[in-house]
Write a protein of this length. Structure first.
Lengths: 524, 506
C-alpha cells in the first residue's frame, strides 16, 4: 500500500522476530531509572505492553509496506549463513500466506499483554510471566517468518518451554499434569518431525524452503517423500491438533491461564497447519498426495468428534467445563482447516488459511470472554454457572452476554462473520478435490463435514441458551459488566471478525496467488 | 657399516612441541607431588593453583599445533610410514576437550579440597588428577595399539585412586573397588583382543592394522574377528555403555563431586576417542561387525540410562548426582550413535565429527551442571534434587545457568547448542540409513526431557522452609562463568563446534 524501502522492510521483519527475544531478556533485568513505575510489578507489565506494542506496530507497517500486487513473491527477505556445517541459514521472508499469521500473532500477543497489565495473572511473579510471554511471541513469529527447515524446527521448539511454564505456573486446577501432557506430546511429535526434515534436507541437499518449493519434490524419490511426509505430518498433526493426537489440547486449555489459552488456540495451533501448507504441500507433493485421503478422513472424524464432545459437555448435568468445550470446538475447527489442506486445491487451501485466521480471532475472543466470566463468577463449570435455568448473562451483564453470543455465533459459522468463509471454502474444495484424488471419498468427507457444521451450531446455541439466557425474574446479584480494558482488548477481535466476514477479499487476495504458486511449484 | 643407520633408526628426534600438552600435564603433576613434601600445611592451597595453571598452560600449548600435521615417534624405513603419536585435528580437539574438562574439574576441586581439608590429601589428589589428565590427553594422539592401552591405563589407574581418596569414607572406598575391579576386567579383555589382532596381522600400528586386516589368511580369520570384538569391549566399558554401565551411579555418588564431574566428561572422552580410533582408523574393514554392534549398544545405552535417570526420586540422598550419573549414561548413548553410523556411512569421518561436536557441547554444559551441584552441595551436603527447590529465589543467576545447562542437555531452546548438537547426531543417523536408531533416540529425547525439565521447573518453585543462600567462592564462580559463557557463545554461534561435523578430522 505504501512504498517502503526494501532494506527497511528487511529490518522490520528481523525486528519482529528478534525484538521480543531482546525484550524477554530485558524483562528479567531490573528496570532502568526513569522506567521504574509505581512498583516493579507494574513496571515489568508495562514493559510487556510496550514491547508487544512496538512489535505490533512493526508488523502493521510491514503489512502496509507489503507489495500486495505480488503476494506470491517472498518479500522483506534476509538470507545470512548461520551454521554452514549444517547448512542452516537465517533465511527470513514473508509472503501472502505468512503475512496474515504474523500480524495475527503480533495482535493477539499485544492484546494479551494489555489484558495482563490491567489484570495481572495470579501465580508467579509478573517478571517471569512477561519474559515467557515475549519468548513465546518470538518463537511463534519466527515460525511464520523463517524459510529454512532447521530454523523452522528451532522456532517450533522454542514455544514449548514458555508455554509449559505458563500453564504449570499460572494455570488452574490440574495444571501440572496438563503442562506435562502438552510438552511431552508436542515434543514427541516434533522430534519425529525433525527426522522427516533431516531426511528431506539430506536427500535434496538443502534445507532452504524456497529452493525446495521451487524444486517441488523433483529431487526426492517417491519413497523418501512418503516417509518424510509421514514423519513431518505426525509432528504437525500433534500440534494442529488432528484427531486422534488431540488429547493434550483439552487438558492444556482447561488448565491454562486466560492469556495462555488465547495464545494456544489463537497462534500455537496455527503453527501446525502452517507447516502443512508451507512445507508438505510444495516440498513433497507426491508424498502428501499419498496421505491426503487419510488426512481428510482424520480431519472429518475430528470435526464430528469435536462437535459430539462439545454436545456432551454442553448437556445439563454433564459437569462440562466451558474452556474444555471451546478446546474441543477447536479440534472441530482445525478439522476443517486440515480438510481444506487435504483437498490439495487452491480453493481448499485458501479456505484452510482463512479458517486459520478466523479461528484465531474468534476462539481468542471466546477464551478471553470465558476468562472474564471466570474472574467474575469463580468458575467455568457450565452446570454451576447455569444452575437450573441458566446464568442469564443478558440480564446480569448485558454487554458481556452480547459479546459471548457474538463469539458463539461467529464460531458456528454464521454468514457475514469470519467463521463462515473458511469452512465453506474448505467444503467447496472437498467437493472438487485435486484431479487425481478420489472424488467419491472426498464427497463423503464433505457431506460429513457439512453435518459437522450443524452439530457445531447445535452446541454453540445450547451454550448461548444456558449462559446468556436465563430463567424467571429473581433477585440476582448483578455481575460487573465489561470493563474499559476488556473493551480495549476485545474490540479489535470483534471488529476484525466482522471485517473478515464482510470483506473476505482482504485476506483471500493475499493468500490466493501465493497458494496457486505453492501448489504449482516454484517461485518467481 | 650398518651401525650408523641402526643408530639413526633407534635414536630419533622427538617433536617436543607436538607432545607438549600431555607432557606438561604429567610434569606439573610430578612437580606438585614433590612440592607437597616440602610445603608447610598452611600453604598447601598453592598446589591447587599451580595445578590449575599447569592445565591452563597445557591447553594453551595446543595453539601452536593448530595446523594439525605433526607426528612423532615414527617408524622409519619400510614401505609405509607409521607413527605412534600424531597431533592431527582429531587429536587436538579431543585434547582440548579433556584438558579443558580437567581444568574445570580442577577449579571445582580447589573449593572442594579447602572444604574437605582433613579427609583429602591435597598433594596426592592433584598428582592423581594431573596424571589421569595426561593419560587422557595422550590417548587421542596414540596411533598404535600398545600406546593406546598404555594411555588408557594411565588415564584410568589414577581415576580409581581419585574415587577412593577420601579417608575414612566407606562409600568412597567401596565405589573405588567396584570401579577398579570392573575396569581391570575390561582392560584385560581388550588386551587379549589386541594380542589376537597382533597375532593375526603382525603389527600394532593402527594404519597398518587397517591395511592388513582384510588380507588375513583363512585360518586366522576367526582369531582376527575375535580380536576386534574383544578390543572394542574394553573401550565400550570406558564410555559406560550398557551393559558396562553398572559402576557409574555408585562411583559418581561415592567419589568427591569434582571427580565425578571429571569422570563424566574426561572419562567418557577417553572411552569414545579410543573407540573411534580402533573402529574407524584400525578396523574399517570390519565395519559390518562393529557398525550393528555399536548401533545396538547405543540404543540400549541411551534407553537404560534415561530410564534409570527417570526413576530417581527427588528426595533420596545424593539424587542430584545420581541423576547426572544416569543421564550421563544416556548421553553416552547419543555419543555412540554417530560412531555406529560411521560403520554404514560412505564418509565415516563426517559421522565421527558429529560425535566430537556433541562431546564438546556435552563437556561444557555437563561440567556447568556439576559446578552448580558443587555450589549447592556446599550447604546441602546430601545434594538431593529437592534441595534445588527455590534456588532462583536465593541465587537467581546460578539458577538460570543451571536451567540453561539442563535445557542444553535436553536439547530444547533456549539451549540452542544442545538442540543443534542433537540435530547433527540425528542427521548422522539418518544419513547412514539408521532410521530405527533415530526413532529410538527420538523417544529417548522425550524421556530425557521429562526429568531435565522436572528439575528445571523445581528451581523456580517457591522455596520450602527457610531458603539457604548459597555462597559461591571464587574458583566456582570462575568455573560457572567459563561454562556459562561457553554455552551461551555456542548457542549464538553453533558453527564453532558443529564445523567438526562437516569436515574430516584425521
Amino acid at each position: 500500500m505504501i512504498d517502503i524501502n526494501e532494506s527497511v522492510m528487511q529490518f522490520l521483519l528481523a525486528f519482529v522476530v528478534v525484538g521480543p527475544l531482546l525484550g524477554a531478556v530485558a524483562a528479567l533485568l531490573p528496570a532502568p531509572p526513569g522506567l521504574k513505575g509505581k512498583s516493579p510489578e507494574q513496571a515489568v507489565l508495562r514493559h510487556g505492553v510496550t514491547v508487544t506494542g512496538a512489535i505490533l506496530i512493526a508488523a502493521i507497517v510491514l503489512a502496509l509496506g507489503f507489495d500486495q500486487g505480488h503476494p506470491s513473491r517472498m518479500q522483506a527477505t534476509t538470507d545470512i549463513s548461520w551454521i554452514p556445517a549444517l547448512d542452516v541459514r537465517i533465511h527470513l521472508g514473508i509472503d501472502g500466506i505468512s503475512l496474515p499469521l504474523v500480524v495475527l500473532t503480533a495482535l493477539l500477543t499485544f492484546l494479551c499483554a494489555l489484558y495482563s497489565y490491567f489484570k495481572p495473572p495470579a501465580g508467579g511473579s509478573p517478571k517471569a510471566f512477561v519474559a515467557l510471554l515475549l519468548l513465546l511471541e518470538s518463537g511463534t513469529l519466527a515460525t511464520f517468518a523463517v524459510l529454512d527447515l532447521l530454523l523452522f524446527f528451532l522456532a517450533f521448539e522454542m514455544v514449548l518451554i514458555p508455554m509449559y511454564f505458563l500453564i504449570a505456573r499460572w494455570g488452574g486446577e490440574g495444571r501440572t499434569h496438563a503442562a506435562w501432557k502438552f510438552i511431552l506430546f508436542t515434543l514427541l511429535g516434533s522430534v519425529v518431525m525433525l527426522l522427516g526434515l533431516l531426511l528431506i534436507g539430506i536427500k535434496a541437499g538443502t534445507f532452504d524452503m524456497v529452493a525446495l518449493a521451487t524444486d517441488n519434490g523433483r529431487s526426492l524419490t517417491a519413497s523418501v517423500q512418503v516417509i518424510a511426509v509421514l514423519a513431518i505430518g505426525i509432528g504437525l498433526a500433534v500440534k494442529s491438533p488432528m484427531w486422534p493426537a488431540h488429547s493434550w489440547l483439552p487438558d492444556a486449555h482447561t488448565a491454562a491461564p486466560t492469556v495462555g489459552s488465547v495464545l494456544l488456540a489463537g497462534v500455537l495451533l496455527k503453527m501446525g497447519t502452517y507447516g502443512f501448507v508451507r512445507i508438505l504441500l510444495p516440498i513433497a507433493p507426491h508424498g502428501f498426495h499419498t496421505f491426503a485421503p487419510y488426512l481428510a478422513a482424520f480431519a472429518v472424524v475430528g470435526i464430528i468428534y469435536g462437535s459430539l464432545a462439545c454436545l456432551a459437555l454442553a448437556k445439563r448435568g454433564a459437569k462440562g467445563d466451558l474452556k474444555r468445550l471451546i478446546a474441543y470446538s477447536s479440534v472441530g475447527h482445525m478439522g476443517f482447516v486440515l480438510l481444506g489442506i487435504a483437498t490439495m486445491t487452491p480453493t481448499g487451501v485458501n479456505g484452510a488459511l482463512f479458517a486459520n485466521i478466523a479461528h484465531g480471532l474468534i476462539t481468542g475472543l471466546l477464551f478471553f470472554l470465558v476468562g472474564a466470566l471466570k474472574d467474575r463468577t469463580g468458575t467455568t463449570d457450565l452446570d454451576t454457572l447455569a444452575e437450573e435455568t441458566g446464568l442469564a448473562l443478558y440480564g446480569k451483564a448485558p454487554r458481556l452476554g452480547g459479546l459471548l453470543a457474538f463469539g458463539a455465533v461467529a464460531s458456528l459459522g454464521l454468514p457475514g462473520l469470519a467463521g463462515f468463509w473458511g469452512e465453506m471454502l474448505a467444503l467447496f474444495g472437498a467437493f472438487k478435490p485435486a484431479a487425481d484424488l478420489s472424488r467419491p471419498a472426498f464427497l463423503t468427507f464433505m457431506a460429513i463435514g457439512a453435518f459437522g457444521t450443524l452439530l457445531t451450531a447445535a452446541y454453540m446455541l445450547i451454550v448461548v441458551r444456558r449462559v446468556c439466557m436465563g430463567g424467571a425474574e429473581q433477585e440476582v446479584p448483578k455481575l460487573a459488566d465489561v470493563h474499559g480494558y476488556e473493551f480495549a482488548a476485545w474490540t479489535p477481535l470483534v471488529a476484525l471478525t466482522v471485517v473478515a466476514g464482510l470483506w473476505p477479499r482482504t485476506l483471500l487476495g493475499l493468500t490466493d496467488p501465493a497458494v496457486h504458486q505453492l501448489l504449482a511449484g516454484g517461485t518467481r | 657399516m650398518s651401525a650408523q643407520p641402526l643408530a639413526e633408526s633407534l635414536v630419533q628426534s622427538v617433536d617436543w612441541l607436538a607432545v607438549a600438552p600431555p607432557v606438561i600435564a604429567a610434569a606439573v603433576g610430578l612437580g606438585v607431588l614433590v612440592a607437597d613434601l616440602f610445603l608447610p600445611e598452611a600453604r598447601k592451597a598453592v598446589l591447587g593453583w599451580v595445578s590449575v595453571a599447569g592445565l591452563a598452560v597445557a591447553v594453551l600449548m595446543l595453539l601452536p599445533l593448530l595446523d594439525g600435521d605433526r607426528s612423532t615417534f615414527c617408524l622409519t624405513g619400510g614401505a609405509t610410514r607409521a607413527c605412534s603419536y600424531t597431533a592431527d585435528h582429531f587429536t587436538l580437539v579431543i585434547q582440548f576437550l579433556v584438558l579443558g574438562g580437567a581444568l574445570l574439574a580442577a577449579l571445582l576441586s580447589v573449593t572442594n579440597l579447602t572444604d574437605d581439608q582433613r579427609r583429602v590429601p591435597p598433594g596426592e589428589f592433584w598428582f592423581l588428577l594431573l596424571s589421569s589428565a595426561a593419560g587422557a590427553a595422550l590417548l587421542p594422539a596414540s596411533r598404535d595399539l600398545a600406546t593406546l592401552i598404555v594411555a588408557l591405563e594411565v588415564a584410568s589407574l589414577p581415576a580409581f585412586a581419585l574415587v577412593g581418596i577420601r579417608h575414612g569414607d566407606e562409600r568412597s572406598s567401596e565405589a573405588a573397588l567396584k570401579f577398579f575391579l570392573s575396569s581391570v576386567t575390561a582392560t584385560a579383555v581388550s588386551l587379549m583382543g589386541i594380542s589376537f589382532v597382533y597375532a593375526s596381522t603382525g603389527t600394532l600400528y593402527l594404519t597398518q592394522v587397517a591395511q592388513r586386516l582384510p588380507h588375513v589368511g583363512g585360518q586366522l580369520h576367526t582369531l582376527a574377528q575375535a580380536g576386534v570384538v574383544l578390543t572394542l569391549i574394553g573401550f565400550a566399558f570406558k564410555t559406560a555403555a550398557v551393559p558396562f554401565h553398572f559402576w557409574v551411579p555408585d562411583t559418581y555418588v561415592g567419589a568427591p563431586l569434582p571427580v565425578a564431574a571429571y569422570l563424566s566428561v574426561v572419562g567418557k572422552a577417553v572411552g569414545f576417542s579410543g573407540l573411534i580410533l580402533v573402529t574407524v582408523v584400525a578396523f574399517p574393514s570390519y565395519a559390518d561387525v562393529w557398525g550393528p554392534a555399536l548401533a545396538a549398544l547405543a540404543a540400549l545405552t541411551m534407553t537404560v540410562g534415561n530410564v534409570g535417570a527417570l526413576r530417581q526420586q527427588a528426595t533420596r540422598a545424593y539424587s542430584a548426582v545420581r541423576l547426572l550419573a544416569w543421564s550421563s549414561v544416556g548421553q553416552a548413548g547419543y555419543l555412540l550413535v554417530p560412531i555406529a553410523a560411521a560403520g554404514y556411512a560412505r564418509d565415516p569421518q563426517k559421522a565421527i565429527g558429529s560425535t566430537v561436536a556433541y562431546a564438546l557441547m556435552y563437556g561444557a554444559v555437563n561440567l556447568g551442571a556439576f559446578a552448580v551441584a558443587a555450589v549447592v552441595g556446599r550447604s546441602r551436603a546430601l545434594n538431593r534434587i529437592s534441595d534445588y527447590r527455590g534456588l532462583y529465589a536465593t541465587n537467581p543467576l546460578t539458577a538460570l545457568l543451571l536451567a540453561f545447562f539442563l535445557l542444553c542437555l535436553a536439547g530444547l531452546p533456549p539451549g540452542i547448542i544442545g538442540l543443534f548438537a542433537k540435530v547433527t547426531v540425528f542427521s548422522a543417523a539418518v544419513d547412514a540409513g539408521l532410521g530405527w536408531l533415530a526413532v529410538v533416540m527420538a523417544v529417548n529425547v522425550v524421556i530425557a526431557l521429562f526429568y531435565y525439565l522436572q528439575w528445571t521447573a523445581l528451581l523456580f518453585r517457591a522455596p520450602e522452609g527457610e531458603p539457604a543462600r548459597h555462597r559461591v567462592p571464587a574458583p566456582l564462580t570462575a568455573a560457572l562463568t567459563l561454562t556459562g559463557v561457553l554455552g551461551v557463545a555456542l548457542s549464538g554461534a553453533p558453527q564453532l563446534v558443529l564445523r567438526f561435523a562437516a569436515t574430516g578430522l584425521f
